[in-house]
Design a protein around this ligand. Structure first.
Ligand code: GRF
Length: 203
């Protein structure tokens, strides 16, 4: 399986995936880590790990459409079976998303379908929910609305602020995302024809 990871910043989820890949010796190739920003901190880690890194900067393209075409071209050089969005902070065009239907996943820091979009931890605290978490889902044109593959739940504690809650969720993201990618590598996740995520019985 060929895997391409897209990041925009810190890249801590990418790092967790790379570490799991090494530790568990997945039968896969981590072909490239691609960032839309040259200053993404995560690129240094990927380089240190000997993974090919690339920057496809959105600033070099006049509009979303032409950027996505260029990004798709860069990604396709690696013939990916799986494209992993790991903190890739770009709205993607429908054409791009549909092209990778069933082979592009994202992690979102909330229990979807609750709290889509940005500032999810603030949204959770303001809503007064008692549990919060993270969701890995297939990417579809509906923002944060694709079929859910797996979720991790954390409690919201009485004196939580946005940062403490974000830390607790991130810790779970770093467990959840590598686990789901591992399932992919073992063919335990399927995107069904009716646009749902199906898991093997032994995950
Ligand atoms: C994570 O919270 C992820 O859920 C969200 O963006 C953040 C990325 O963090 N999509 P990192 O770049 O993986 O450290």
């Amino acid at each position: 399986k060929n895997i391409v990871i897209l990041i925009s910043g810190r890249g801590s989820n990418m790092e967790a995936i790379v570490r799991a890949f090494r530790r568990e010796k997945w039968a896969a190739r981590l072909c490239a880590v691609i960032s839309n920003r040259a200053d993404a901190a995560g690129l240094a880690f990927a380089e240190k790990e000997g993974i090919l890194t690339r920057v496809v900067s959105h600033k070099d393209y006049p509009d979303r459409q032409s950027y996505d075409v260029a990004l798709q071209k860069a990604i396709d050089e690696y013939h990916p079976d799986l494209v992993i969005l790991a903190g890739f902070m770009r709205i993607l065009t429908d054409g791009f998303v549909n092209y990778y239907a069933g082979r592009m996943i994202n992690i979102h820091p909330s229990l979807l379908p609750g709290f889509k979009g940005l500032h999810t931890h603030r949204q959770a605290i303001e809503a007064g929910v008692r549990v919060h978490g993270a969701t890995v889902h297939f990417v579809t044109p509906e923002l944060d609305g694709g079929p859910i593959i797996a979720q991790a739940v954390v409690p919201v504690l009485p004196d939580d602020d946005e940062d403490s809650l974000a830390d607790r969720v991130l810790e779970q993201e770093h467990r959840l995302y590598p686990r789901v990618v591992g399932w992919f590598v073992e063919d335990k996740v399927a995107y069904t024809r009716d646009g749902k995520a199906r898991l093997a019985e032994d995950v």
